[in-house]
Design a protein around this ligand. Structure first.
Ligand SMILES: [Zn+2]
Length: 229
């Protein structure tokens, strides 16, 4: 049975932030979103991975989520991730409708439309964290490593070249799985740096303590996320 308003207030007041999130019947509302700090939003992402990998994935009421969605959206974080079919963002973070903005592009690169999407998600829609999420066994990273040039892929893969250059200088030219996975990590770092360098809005929000910009690499074999400094 859904909680009444007074009971909800009691639960919100006495439970921790993650408990408040887990106590939701439907979608995240403005009150919860705005009460979160950037660190809270990152903690929610990390707890989502824990739930997903430990068999504790939540099952929120779909009808309540749909009905709340009509009233607006208040996602706690935005994720910039690859298009890879083995990296389903909402499943990775045990997220429901209304929880996350998700911007997906091969190689999770910071191209202008993706940066604009993240500016909207944070400055205008109130999300408290941006996660740049790479993953192991990334085909875009492999293509960039090999210097693939074809159609529109040429420009896209060019955005991964800074990470390829750094990783090859560190580990050599061999396209081993471990070298390519290391390149995915470096590519996340490069994308985070590009967001700060190319977006005055995002850099300003981070400097003012209004958002966190964090990175991670999803392991397609284990479902875990290795967090990236
Ligand atoms: Zn990928």
């Amino acid at each position: 049975m859904p909680l009444g308003a007074l009971e909800k207030d009691w639960v919100f007041h006495f439970c921790g932030m993650i408990d408040r999130y887990l106590a939701l019947d439907g979608a995240i509302g403005s009150e919860l979103q705005q009460s979160l700090t950037p660190a809270d939003a990152v903690a929610l992402l990390k707890d989502g991975v824990r739930r997903s990998t430990s068999g504790e994935a939540s099952a929120r009421d779909r009808a309540a989520l749909l009905s709340d969605a009509a009233g607006g959206q208040y996602p706690y974080a935005a994720v910039l991730s690859c298009i890879d079919s083995r990296a389903p963002v909402e499943q990775i973070f045990d997220a429901a409708s209304g929880d996350l903005f998700v911007a997906r592009v091969a190689g999770n690169v910071a191209s202008p439309d993706l940066i604009a999407s993240l500016e909207y998600a944070t400055k205008y829609a109130g999300s408290k964290a941006i996660l740049v999420l790479g993953h192991t066994r990334c085909g875009a990273v492999k293509g960039a490593w090999a210097g693939l040039e074809d159609g529109h892929l040429t420009g896209l893969l060019g955005r991964i070249q800074p990470a390829v250059t750094v990783t090859k200088a560190e580990l050599g030219e061999e396209d081993s799985a471990s070298n390519l996975d290391r390149c995915s990590t470096v590519n996340v770092q490069e994308t985070m740096a590009a967001l700060r360098k190319e977006s005055a809005i995002l850099a300003g929000l981070e400097a003012d303590g209004k958002i966190a910009i964090v990175g991670g690499v999803y392991d397609v074999a284990t479902g875990e996320v290795a967090w990236v400094d």
